[in-house]
Ligand binder design. Structure first.
Ligand SMILES: [Zn+2]
Length: 378
């Protein structure tokens, strides 16, 4: 599925309209849906042969406003993409390779060297895909914790495998009993149970998570701060953020030198500051969340809100429902779901520009899909 989300309407620096929930599906308009496997080839073809061409051919919208004609120019940013699509679009064949600096994961722990590497500027606009950030950080700590008893990147021998497996089962069991979290379990129909909500709860209860996983508490807290800052939608103090991210990377390596940093950790720690500097909108505002939620809507609409008498009719109903649920007029008249009371932790506030007004006071809530319902700050 390819979708488009309007973010804001600007007239000479002045913001005339701003999407209060850019991560929600309320303004997420469908561009195209197609039944095919999401492969590298398909992603590249969609971008190069279709989306880019359509963007090039875009003309201004002329609107009659009072007695005047107003010309609206459109700027499109390709941002609702996750890591997999990024790799495909940047022709990064290995998932263990960084599409920004070309570094390989076995070298990611050499922080000093990684910082010095040159970055492919043209790839910075893909952003950070913040929803996946939560999940990937969480999974990374989880996999690290499974291997803690053997302190090895890979469990090769039978005895090591046995130890890792027993530890894994203990951790899964304790998370279910003490935190009510189902982790690392396959979910019928959609991947596994490690979704954004599970990840957020893992980081929110850092003390409990540390006691179950035996992972360093300070590391969990630092990662949480980093994620909260990038998803806050506020202006970030880049220099402070850079120090914080690099020190977290060093601390991670110092605690667990045997664990190879994953590409996502590397991207956030090493390239996060550059990505934020080059982002057209505050990072965390354009996220892939709306797109992800739409994939879930698709399944729901097909099952419950479509005619099954023919494939064409079925698709027609789904597409119409996508259009209705994202209609700008209808969506702007429906009440926003109540804002959850959120306050940023002090450690996160210190990395933000305090003087700057909040870029987006109503932060992202996903009101359409329960499993993607997000509580971005905490
Ligand atoms: Zn890199």
């Amino acid at each position: 599925m390819t979708s488009i989300v309007p973010v804001k309407l600007v007239c000479e620096e002045k913001i005339i309209w701003q999407n209060p929930r850019p991560s929600s599906t309320r303004f997420c308009r469908p561009l195209r849906m197609s039944f095919e496997k999401e492969s590298a080839r398909v992603s590249v073809a969609e971008k190069k042969n279709r989306v880019e061409e359509e963007i090039r051919d875009l003309s201004c919208s002329i609107v009659l406003y009072g007695d005047n004609f107003v010309e609206v120019r459109h700027t499109l940013i390709l941002s609702m993409v996750d890591g997999k699509v990024c790799n495909a679009l940047t022709e990064t064949s290995s998932t263990q390779k960084c599409y920004l600096c070309g570094g390989m994961s076995r070298k990611f722990n050499l922080i000093g060297k990684m910082i010095e590497k040159e970055v492919k500027m043209e790839n910075l606009h893909f952003g950070l895909s913040t929803l996946h950030g939560w999940i990937r950080f969480f999974e990374c700590l989880l996999h690290l914790s499974y291997k803690l008893p053997i302190k090895k990147w890979q469990a090769r021998s039978e005895s090591d495998k046995k130890v890792v497996n027993e530890n894994k089962n203990r951790i899964i069991k304790e998370f279910r009993e003490k935190a009510g979290l189902i982790i690392d379990q396959p979910k019928p129909g959609c991947g596994n149970s490690n979704d954004g909500n599970t990840a957020r709860r893992f980081f929110q209860n850092a003390e409990l998570s540390a006691s179950i996983t035996k992972v360093d508490l300070k590391l969990i807290k630092r990662m949480h701060t980093l994620l909260v800052v990038v998803t806050s939608g506020y202006q970030i103090d880049i220099e402070k953020f850079r120090d914080f991210a690099q020190n977290t990377a060093r601390y991670c390596v110092q605690c667990y030198p045997w664990y190879n940093m994953t590409p996502t950790l590397h991207k956030f720690f090493i390239h996060g500051p550059e990505i934020i500097v080059h982002a057209l909108l505050p990072i965390g505002q354009p996220s892939e969340e709306a797109q992800e939620a739409r994939n879930k809507d698709f399944k729901r609409y097909r099952e419950h809100f479509s005619r099954k008498s023919s494939q064409t009719k079925c698709n027609e109903d789904i597409l119409k429902r996508f259009l209705v649920t994202s209609d700008p007029l209808i969506s702007s008249k429906t009440k926003l779901p109540a804002k959850k009371s959120k306050s940023l932790p002090q450690t996160a506030l210190e990395l933000l520009k305090s003087a700057a007004p909040p870029a987006n006071p109503d932060d992202d809530d996903n009101d359409e899909s329960d499993s993607t319902d997000t509580d971005d700050y905490m």
